[in-house]
Design a protein around this ligand. Structure first.
Ligand SMILES: [Zn+2]
Length: 233
């Protein structure tokens, strides 16, 4: 079991795992809180009301992120644990057919019969469960589930993202709240998109444009709704 996690190489994919979760969380925090703030402010609420709505949005969003991540990663973890338990049982009860099974996997990938058998034998001699987990079940270090870590990462990064537009509410002079919060939030989103793309080795411009577009759309939508309800009520 523990041998699955002892992979010293530091690939890009390894970083993308938590980095992606953190960037996505912060991204959600900025978009949802900025949209909430812009919507409430457009409905002509005072600065205090906007701030309360924003803080409530931060807490609600962070909790929703944590709960969602925990549940989804836990169920993934349960499935993986059940798969590993079944595999462990099969390996102890029927090692010969498990060897055939693993060799067959390599044959299907294009390795010839004799070599596939040799590879399977050597891998199973070192760590049979790890070899089967990796090549038969697709469970590697990268997909290994950590629900509490995922929940905390999401909640924390969402809160950091949400704090940015909230901070803008505090420092914006009266009357400039909507344009300042919108502009600053789009700036934060663009910066975050660029950081995320750079860390993941992806195209920086494309990622930045994509994330800013959705942020702008969300804010425009809530501002419109806020204005509509603000004038109706
Ligand atoms: Zn197996």
């Amino acid at each position: 079991m523990s041998s699955l996690g002892q992979h010293a190489e530091n690939h890009l994919v390894d970083r993308i795992g938590w980095m992606r979760a953190a960037v996505l969380g912060a991204n959600d925090g900025i978009v949802s809180t900025a949209s909430l703030i812009v919507g409430v402010a457009a409905a002509a609420a005072n600065q205090n009301g906007v701030l309360i709505a924003g803080v409530a949005g931060l807490v609600a969003g962070a909790m929703a992120m944590a709960a969602g991540e925990y549940v989804s990663v836990s169920s993934q973890s349960d499935t993986e644990q059940a798969d590993l338990a079944r595999e462990r049982k099969e390996l102890s009860e029927n090692p010969a057919s498990e060897l055939d099974e693993l060799a067959e996997i390599y044959v299907k990938r294009g390795v010839d019969q004799a070599l596939a058998r040799q590879v399977a034998q050597q891998l199973m001699a070192k760590d049979a469960l790890s070899a089967h987990a990796h090549d038969e079940l697709g469970i590697t270090k990268i997909t290994k589930a950590r629900p509490v870590q995922a929940a905390l990462t999401s909640a924390a990064s969402f809160s950091v993202g949400a704090a940015m537009p909230l901070l803008m509410v505090v420092v914006s002079p009266a009357g400039t709240l909507v344009p300042l919060v919108s502009a600053a939030s789009l700036g934060f989103l663009a910066l975050l998109g660029a950081i995320g793309a750079r860390a993941g080795g992806a195209n920086v411009l494309r990622a930045t444009v994509r994330v800013t577009f959705w942020g702008a759309l969300a804010m425009a939508l809530t501002a419109g709704i806020g204005k509509l309800f603000g004038t109706v009520i």
